[in-house]
Design a protein around this ligand. Structure first.
Ligand SMILES: Cc1ncc(COP(=O)(O)O)c(C=O)c1O
Length: 398
């Protein structure tokens, strides 16, 4: 089979099947591109880039942190510079968790941390369990590592819960681990302590690892003091986080992987991870040297972000009082809210109509694997005035 691209013909067999993606743009993406090109006003209720929604950063301190003569020396360490790992340890200490620098591996992104762990745990075709609904990047990450994802459903009943019956049924001899997003994106719920206990029992029974994505851990709105998985010792556990969300600095590319669990398994995992990391040595010196200062930025950033999220949630609730047909699901943490809306058309059609007729961009629920229509996801970090205006348009559709 051959294709034609810019006048050069080639055979699809030149490329791996794992990259046989459908690269056609969706109707929604096309509408968005058209609207952007037309320069019409766009209200983006999907905003996720913290550097573009009007938060104040201490630019002088951030830039100063990069000016260091040590950045002129190459002192590679596969786990990441010890000074940077110690700074991550300090971050956990502030959360009352003890994480040794020896149990940390620095990565350029959470995605890179996932790929290391997938490589560590899985042979081609092995399976990992992922929650549904959740963050949409997993499919690509898994395909690139030849890993098969098997979904376990979460269900909503005055809050989100793991469907353990379905989870147990999803475990096969090829299952190597389960992914938790704690708190989950976009549902904004934490794994409950009782769920953690059951997960640990299941993992011990089936020799599975836990992969806990905690990028939103600090954005707790419920004040329920949800604990990190870094202290989980009952199963081999890989906890991931980074400053993209914690300090609102996704451009700096500083994330990490904390390994915990039964001592022998933990040592073996760390030894193997170091070889994976050593193969790439992808961290750059400057950002590692700046790590303590970049992590220190989190206080001012998180205060602003949580203030905005609370204010937008209050606005959402006040608009919903007037719109009984629509509701929102409970949010414990994070940057997003899930709206329940009447199913008058597919979520995709609704999102396209909102964009083309009202210039408002929202994510349809299927982006996050919601089963069935009637779910829209809105970003709570959108600047307040835009959020209120955009939401009026969304609710005005019903
Ligand atoms: C749950 C979750 N994990 C990971 C990431 C990406 O993090 P990073 O920028 O560190 O790769 C995101 C980004 O939105 C996310 O929502």
């Amino acid at each position: 089979m051959s294709s034609q691209s810019r006048g050069v013909s080639y055979s699809r067999e030149m490329f791996s099947t794992r990259t046989n993606w459908n690269l056609n743009t969706t109707r929604l993406a096309e509408s968005l591109a058209r609207l952007r090109a037309s320069k019409r006003k766009l209200i983006d209720l999907s905003a996720s880039n913290p550097t573009e929604v009007g938060f104040r950063y201490d630019g002088a301190s951030i830039l100063k942190a990069f000016i260091s003569p040590s950045a002129l020396k190459y002192t590679p360490d596969p786990s990441g510079l010890r000074s940077a790992r110690l700074a991550v340890g300090e971050y956990y200490l502030a959360l009352n968790e003890h994480v040794s620098a020896d149990d940390l591996i620095l990565t350029t992104s959470t995605s890179e941390a996932y790929s290391y762990v997938f490589r560590l745990l899985c042979n081609p075709g092995d399976e990992l369990l992922i929650p549904s609904p959740s963050y949409p990047l997993f499919d690509f990450l898994a395909e690139l590592q030849d890993v098969k994802l098997v979904r376990y459903p979460l269900f909503y009943d005055l809050g989100w819960h793991v469907d353990f019956h379905a989870l147990r049924q999803a475990i096969t001899p090829r299952t190597r681990g389960m992914i938790l997003v704690h708190p989950n994106n976009p549902t904004g719920h934490y794994t409950k302590p009782s769920e953690r206990e059951t997960l640990n029992t299941l993992c011990a029974e089936h020799e599975l690892a836990i992969i806990a994505d905690e990028v939103f851990l600090d954005f707790n709105l419920a004040g329920n003091g949800a604990r990190s998985f870094v202290s989980n010792r009952d199963a081999l556990t890989f906890t991931m986080s980074g400053i993209s969300k914690i300090s609102g600095l996704p451009q700096m590319k500083l994330s990490w992987l904390a390994v915990s669990g039964p001592e022998e398994q933990k040592r073996e995992a760390l030894g193997r991870l170091e070889v994976i990391a050593d193969t790439f040595l992808s961290m750059n010196a400057a950002v590692q040297i700046a790590a303590p200062a970049l992590l220190a930025q989190r206080h001012g950033f998180q205060e602003q972000l949580i203030g905005r999220v609370r204010s937008n949630l209050a606005e959402l609730d006040s608009q919903l009082v007037e719109k009984k047909e629509c509701s929102r699901l409970a949010v414990e943490a994070g940057w997003y809210a899930v709206l329940r809306v009447p199913v008058t058309r597919s979520d995709e059609d609704l999102a396209v109509e909102l964009l083309e007729e009202h210039g408002v961009y929202v994510h349809p629920g299927h982006f996050y694997d919601f089963s069935g229509d009637g779910h829209l996801v809105v970003s709570l970090i959108t600047p307040e005035r835009e959020f209120s205006e955009g939401l009026e348009q969304v609710l005005g559709m019903f």
